[in-house]
Every structure is written in C-alpha cells, then in structure tokens.
Design a protein around this ligand. Structure first.
Ligand code: Z5A
Length: 214
C-alpha cells in the first residue's frame, strides 16, 4: 500500500472502467483467488463503502436530482474520506487484501473527463482532502461505450448511466491517460473478451502481483 499509513501492511486493489465493463463480475474472481493464496479479503466499493458513502451513493445516483460537477465532487470526497478512515485503512492495517470496485481514478475519469473538470483541480481537491491512499494494483476493464451500454441496457439507468456515449468515451480516455502515467500500478484487461478468458487473466495477473505469503 503506497502512503496510506506506515502500519498498512495489506494490499489495495481497485477495479476501474466505464459502465458495463464487468467490474462487479470480476470482484468475486479476484476475492476467491486472493483467498486461495492465503489472504484475508475484504470487498468494498465507491461511491459507498462506509455508512456515509452508502447514503451519499443514493443521492449521487438518483436520476431525480440535478447535480453539477462540483456538487458531485464534494459528495464523492466526503464519502471517500469516511470510507478511507473507517474501512480502507483498518483493513490494510490488519494486513488484508482490500478489493474496491472503483476508487479515485473514477473521479478523474468521470468528473474530469466526463464533466470537463480540470484534472489539476481534482488533484488539488484530493490533496486538500488529504487522500494519501494509492492502490497497489488497479485492474482497468476496458470496454467500448457501445458494448458497455449494450450490456446494461436491460436495467433502469441511474443518473450517470443516462449520460451520452461521448461522456463515456471521454471517461475511457482518461482511464487510458492514467494508465500511461502510472503503468506499474495498472493492469489493462480487454473487457470485450469472453468471460472465461477474462477470469483466467485476472487470476494469473493477481497470482503474479500479490506478494507471496510465507
Ligand atoms: N462514479 C463517478 O462518477 N465518480 C467517482 O468518483 C466514482 C463513481 C467512484 C456508479 O458506479 C457510478 O458512479 C458510475 C460511475 C460513477 N456510473 N456509471 N456509469 P458503479 O460501479 O456502481 O456502476 P457501474 O459502473 O455503472 O457498474 P455496472 O454498470 O454494474 O458495471 P460493471 O460492474 O462494470 O459490470 P457488471 O455488472 O459486472 O456487468 C454488466 C453486465 O455485463 C452483466 O450482465 C454481466 O454478466 C455482463 N458481462 C460482464 N462481463 C462480460 C463479458 N466479458 N462478456 C459478456 N458479458 C459480460
């Protein structure tokens, strides 16, 4: 775990990608693999994770509300601080593998890329909020907006899912930029591949990257 806390001995994994990329499908595969490697595993998500974050998630995704980008950012960081203090740090200090379905890269992709907030401004907010947790490993499940939208087409869209394909194209672009800026942390998975292929790739990548347990 980078910079989260000196005592944090755990391993922080995040999953990122646009809607319908298959993050929720991948989480149990990673959790099971880490358990088989002898780790205690905790699974969480953003927006959400902590009590405050889960309440704010309902507001954040409510299609009946109009929120501008700054209001979104402040909601996200309020929930994130609570999540870090009450769930992420304690799990990492306890030496667990913590798997989080979305984290800060999503903010840069959606509020930055999608909503056109300058990435420097988001960076400044993150610093102001004192977010020092950096994932050890980020799986970017990369899918086109068309395939992603098709996969989730059957359900009632939440507030973000009502955005245009261009919004998701910009978000996808930012995930790519963040991977290029920090290639050691990211593992890109072709999320349009068959599920079984993705499952095997996730298992192999995790086995290669999780520090051995003695
Ligand atoms: N958001 C934000 O704006 N800023 C932030 O800082 C954060 C979040 C943290 C909620 O996230 C929204 O919050 C999200 C970004 C925003 N909005 N959007 N869009 P979420 O993670 O809770 O919601 P989501 O991204 O919309 O998740 P999702 O649509 O459920 O996607 P997923 O978890 O990646 O996909 P899935 O549920 O695993 O799979 C979807 C379907 O595709 C399902 O039927 C699977 O069986 C199928 N699937 C998955 N993989 C495959 C493959 N390989 N082949 C065929 N079918 C597949």
């Amino acid at each position: 775990m980078s910079d989260c806390s000196k005592e944090a001995q755990g391993f922080f994994i995040t999953l990122e990608g646009i809607e319908g990329a298959g993050k929720s499908t991948a989480v149990p595969v990673l959790a099971e693999t880490a358990r088989q490697l002898g780790y205690e595993v905790e699974v969480t998500r953003e927006p959400g994770g902590g009590e405050l974050g889960e309440r704010l998630r309902k507001i954040f995704l409510d299609p009946g509300l109009m929120l501008d980008a700054d209001e979104e950012l402040l909601l996200l960081y309020a929930g994130r601080l609570d999540h870090i203090r009450k769930r992420i740090l304690p799990a990492l200090v306890a030496g667990k593998v913590l798997i989080c379905d979305r984290f800060e890269d999503s903010t840069f992709a959606y509020q930055g890329g999608g909503r056109h907030v300058s990435l420097d401004r988001i960076d400044a907010l993150s610093r102001w909020a004192g977010v020092k947790c950096r994932p050890d490993l980020t799986f970017w499940l990369d899918v086109s907006p068309e395939v992603g939208a098709y996969r989730i087409g059957f359900r009632d869209p939440d507030r973000l899912e009502r955005e245009s394909p261009d919004f998701f194209r910009r978000a996808r672009e930012v995930f790519g930029q963040r991977m290029n800026a920090d290639p050691g942390r990211f593992c890109r998975i072709d999320a349009e591949a068959p599920l079984e292929e993705i499952r095997v790739r996730l298992q192999v990548e995790l086995q290669n990257r999780l520090p051995g347990r003695t």
